[in-house]
Design a protein around this ligand. Structure first.
Ligand code: HEM
Ligand code: HEM
Length: 226
């Protein structure tokens, strides 16, 4: 019952050509953490070997694992509760195709990056305990039984995967941001608005839920407006 209500609430936003507040929160939280990770990962590479560098790896792992958990929850939310809205930018053609490929690539990258990072740390740095968000202990993958040579093989492959997806992100993020701004400022499409937090709308929804009043017919107006 609660599940259905939540779904109805989220789909209400989709009908208004918006992502739900939960989808919006996932997007901006993950986007912020990813920018941090790219900068931090690059910074670690330039640090001299020593305790500071180990701490920096610890923080990188802690944040990366938070991204992993958020992305898994986000995938469940996206597939079971609320798909993305259809908006002005959704027209048949190569641009929509490229946008969808980019979105898939982000989901895949942001799941495989933490997994490969986890594999690297488990293969060759088990003595450094991992913690989700720096708080919740996170076990290493069970590589300890493997020979040292196999472990270095895992490390090498995981590092290649990590690096490949870093490169994909570094290329895809500017393209994605550029496209969002282009649609907003050049075409004046509503695609960016659909991903921005609509604070006043959310407040209204919460007030309505608390006062048990029947919902206002906002969706009908929205669907004739565009
Ligand atoms: C979405 C999450 C993540 C992003 C965006 C990210 C990004 C990066 C970047 C930019 C680098 C430096 C470039 C490179 O050497 O490939 C790096 C290196 C590294 N990351 Fe991540 N990372 C993520 C998650 C993780 C996690 C969860 C772990 C560990 C549990 C991890 C472990 C490592 C390690 C060990 C390196 C050093 C690789 C090496 O040069 O040997 N990363 N990461
Ligand atoms: C690290 C940075 C970012 C990542 C990893 C990222 C990732 C994503 C993903 C995975 C989606 C698809 C969501 C879904 O349908 O489930 C998405 C959608 C979107 N993002 Fe980002 N994003 C980032 C930064 C940004 C920025 C800075 C902007 C704005 C300037 C932006 C604007 C949008 C918009 C407007 C959509 C909706 C697209 C549509 O409805 O077709 N994103 N983003």
């Amino acid at each position: 019952m609660m599940f259905q209500n939540l779904r109805r609430w989220a789909r209400g936003y989709n009908r208004k050509r918006r992502y739900s507040p939960i989808g919006v929160a996932f997007h901006w939280l993950v986007a912020g953490l990813v920018i941090f990770q790219l900068w931090w990962g690059w910074r670690i590479g330039r640090m001299p070997v020593g305790p500071d560098k180990l701490d920096a790896y610890g923080a990188h792992g802690a944040v990366g694992l938070v991204i992993l958990v958020l992305m898994l929850l986000r995938t469940v939310w996206r597939t079971m509760m609320a798909p993305g809205p259809i908006n002005d930018a959704d027209k048949p053609g190569w641009q929509s195709t490229v946008a969808h490929i980019t979105h898939y690539a982000f989901y895949i990258a942001l799941i495989l990056l933490p997994l490969s990072g986890w594999a690297m740390m488990s293969a060759t740095a088990v003595e450094q305990p991992l913690k989700l968000g720096g708080i919740v202990p996170w076990p290493p993958l069970p590589f300890q039984e493997l020979s040292m040579q196999t472990r270095w093989g895992v490390e090498l492959w995981a590092e290649r995967v990590h690096f490949t997806f870093v490169a994909i992100l570094v290329l895809a993020i500017p393209a994605h941001v550029g496209a969002a701004l282009w649609h907003h400022f050049h075409h004046r499409h509503d695609v960016l608005e659909g991903m921005l937090p609509g604070i006043t709308e959310l407040e209204e929804d919460v007030k309505q839920a608390l006062s048990h009043r029947p919902p206002r017919r906002r969706s009908r107006r929205a669907s004739t407006a565009g």
